[in-house]
Design a protein around this ligand. Structure first.
Ligand SMILES: NC(=O)C1=CN([C@@H]2O[C@H](COP(=O)(O)OP(=O)(O)OC[C@H]3O[C@@H](n4cnc5c(N)ncnc54)[C@H](O)[C@@H]3O)[C@@H](O)[C@H]2O)C=CC1
Ligand SMILES: O=C(O)[C@@H]1CCC=N1
Length: 267
């Protein structure tokens, strides 16, 4: 038995699906979706099959669960009769610990918890894996092989997953938010929206490539832009005056705390 079933074809389910299909085609991949319309849309878009949970578990070794944390318990009740140690269950549900998944599934079912992010859509994702109690190194290798075509993969102890979720899981949203605000600033200064967007998106891309490839600390890179008595230091003073650094730290701490909370309860 080979194959992969993606259970939950929403935003992240589709981001991962699209990358997997780009890399290896749609053969052997099925989607299980509560919404029949959405299932048909994904099947048409990616040339994959659709299935119900029983059919998916019968045909696929790996089940990738991509439903909301609030829906995970209901899904596990439905899934449990169909899975066992012969499967690998990979969950991307924010906050939900492997112990909660294992408790709802037959004893010995290997579970790997993953925190991916949406840049998987453009093969620049960041996926972070942790093994549950029945997942061996080979299961982590299998999960890594599944996710590495759509970006980078790291392994961490599960105790770090709520922090990972707050950083790289939610992280794309923070950058989109900053870009949105910077484009608004361009509008305030009288630039056409499309020009402001082009300037900021290319600047974000250039800064990201420098961060990745230069080996320099972000402080050094910022200092190189900040001329004495110049424009950048005038902007940095305003960022400090408005507490942007503290706001980002508080925001990411709030995301962490919400991940912990989602892991404890179904609401
Ligand atoms: N959106 C993101 O950037 C990321 C999301 N995640 C996690 O991925 C999961 C999904 O998040 P999104 O894709 O944003 O949500 P979403 O709401 O876009 O997608 C969830 C999908 O699951 C389907 N669904 C719900 N119950 C189902 C069931 N029993 N069987 C089959 N399909 C079912 C829904 O119809 C929906 O299409 C969440 O647990 C979230 O924490 C993790 C990393 C990043
Ligand atoms: O907002 C959320 O809960 C999900 C998990 C990480 C990114 N999106």
């Amino acid at each position: 038995m080979g194959g992969l079933a993606v259970v939950g074809g929403g935003k992240i389910g589709e981001a991962l699906l699209s990358g997997l299909v780009r890399q290896g085609g749609g053969a052997g991949i099925v989607v299980v979706e509560r919404s029949v319309t959405r299932a048909a849309e994904l099947a048409g878009r990616y040339g994959i099959g659709t299935a119900d949970l029983a059919g998916a578990a019968a045909g696929a070794r790996v089940l990738l669960l991509a439903v909301k944390p609030q829906d995970i318990d209901g899904l596990l009740v439905q899934l449990a009769p169909h899975v066992g140690p012969q499967h690998l269950v990979v969950s991307v549900a924010a906050g939900v610990p492997t112990s909660r998944l294992e408790a709802a599934l037959p004893t010995g079912t290997p579970v790997v918890r993953v925190m991916p992010n949406t840049p998987a859509l453009v093969d620049e994702g960041m996926s972070v894996l942790s093994a549950g109690r029945y997942a061996a190194e080979a299961h982590l290798d299998e999960a890594e092989a599944l996710l590495s075509p759509v970006g980078q993969v790291r392994r961490v102890p599960e105790s770090q997953q709520d922090a990972v979720t707050a950083l790289s899981g939610s992280g794309p949203a923070y950058f989109f938010y900053l870009v949105e605000a910077m484009i608004d600033a361009g509008i305030l200064l009288g630039l056409p929206r499309d020009l402001a967007a082009d300037l900021i998106v290319q600047t974000a891309l250039g800064a990201a490539v420098m961060l990745r490839d230069s080996g320099e600390h972000p402080v050094r890179l910022r200092e190189a832009v900040t001329s004495p008595g110049g424009t950048t230091i005038a902007a940095v003073r305003e960022l400090e005056r408005h507490g942007v650094r503290a706001a980002l730290i508080a925001a990411i701490e709030a995301a962490h705390d919400r991940s912990v909370q989602l892991g404890r309860s179904a609401t």
